[in-house]
Write a protein that binds this ligand. Structure first.
Ligand code: NAP
Length: 322
């Protein structure tokens, strides 16, 4: 990595200033790239590893030298208890988790006929259990802040459950990560938490052999394998400034459908906008029958606008933190 990449915080703006970004499996590989890119955007970064604490510690020191707050935590995130201790340590240090990037996910070539139960379990634990463990643990503190971004690492073709020989366990686990993420995104959307998956293809710095790269490059439309920077850009898209706009737009569209229906009901006594009833007539009748007061049409209009203003206020308040 070049010096400008590791020390160029000033050039990157303050897109993540103060946000706490926890990257699992970030002592090495894509996780380390994501940790560096987050640090350059002034996040407080949590580096996590399982065994090689020295390597993770070196990265932590590198980030701190650039002025970033960094915490290095050893924890095997496939073990719920260790993942829990990791999240507790982060909450103790920073009081919050804003972004979780789940990069842990080992890979191995092996046909099913030679795959031991222990190897199958290890592949599922690394690629899938780790994602469940960490998501389960960060959701309560994210909900409390009505803000959270979870990004999981998939693999190319996983969303279409494309099968490749000798990678059955890995493919199954990554397809499950996508299904899990879609369900979780729907569950947490109202809590200000977004969940997305970035699925890298063959990477030049990745685990593919030179032979495999030669073999696959002609099947990649741009004619070259991806780079870690490509993956970092895609991952950051989901927790830098853009996504909230998309999320708010989606949420407002949803709210405005409901609110339009309510307005239609207030005006016409019907939830649908196709109606023939005279504007406000049913409301005038209702108020006259209940209170004996005969309102003029403009007064009914005023009441309708008042109610709608309060409802829109509540809808916008609901979106705070997006
Ligand atoms: N690289 C690629 O070409 C490629 C392509 C498609 C998808 N992906 C996906 O992208 C993600 C990252 O891949 P990568 O190749 O960058 O990974 P990698 O280099 O193998 O990442 C290793 C890092 O993960 C840590 N780690 C491993 N198991 C852990 C565990 N149970 N708990 C905590 N930390 C653990 C390691 O810590 P220790 O060293 O301390 O053990 C190390 O810091 C994976 O999900 C992978 O499936 C990668």
């Amino acid at each position: 990595m070049s010096a400008s990449e590791t020390t160029g915080r000033d050039a990157e703006g303050d897109g993540l200033r103060g946000r706490v970004v926890l990257v699992t499996g970030s002592g090495h590989g894509l996780g380390a790239w994501i940790a560096r890119a987050s640090a350059r955007r002034q996040a407080r970064v949590v580096v996590n590893c399982r065994r090689d604490e020295r390597r993770a510690g070196t990265l932590g020191s590198e980030l701190q030298r650039t002025g970033c707050e960094a915490l290095v935590c050893r924890a095997d995130v496939t073990v719920f208890g260790e993942a829990q201790a990791l999240v507790e340590e982060v909450l103790k240090a920073y009081g919050r988790v804003d972004v979780l990037v789940n990069t842990v996910g080992v890979f191995a070539w092996k046909p099913v006929a030679e795959l031991d139960p222990a190897e199958w379990r290890a592949m599922m634990a690394s690629n899938l259990d780790s994602v469940y463990n960490m998501s389960r643990l960060v959701i309560p503190p994210m909900r409390k802040n009505h803000f959270g971004r979870i990004v999981n690492l998939g693999a190319v073709g996983a969303e279409r459950t494309v099968g490749h020989p000798k990678v059955s366990a890995y493919s199954a686990a990554k397809a499950a990560v996508i299904a899990f993420s879609k369900a979780l995104a729907l569950e947490e959307a109202r809590c200000g938490i977004t969940v997305n998956v970035v699925s890298p293809g063959v990477l030049v710095d990745g685990e593919e052999s030179a032979h495999a790269l030669d073999h696959t490059a002609d099947r990649i439309p741009v004619g070259r394998p991806g780079s870690p920077e490509d993956v970092v850009r895609a991952v950051l898209f989901f927790y830098l400034g853009f996504l909230p706009v998309v999320a708010i737009q989606w949420q407002l569209n949803k709210n405005s459908c409901v609110l339009n229906n309510i307005e239609s009901f207030l005006r016409h006594g019907s939830w649908r906008s196709e109606h023939n009833a005279e504007e406000g007539a049913w409301l005038m009748t209702l108020i006259r029958n209940v209170t004996g007061i005969a309102l003029k049409p403009w007064q009914v209009d005023l009441i309708t606008y008042g109610i709608m203003a309060v409802l829109w206020g509540l809808a916008l308040w609901h979106l705070r933190g997006w």
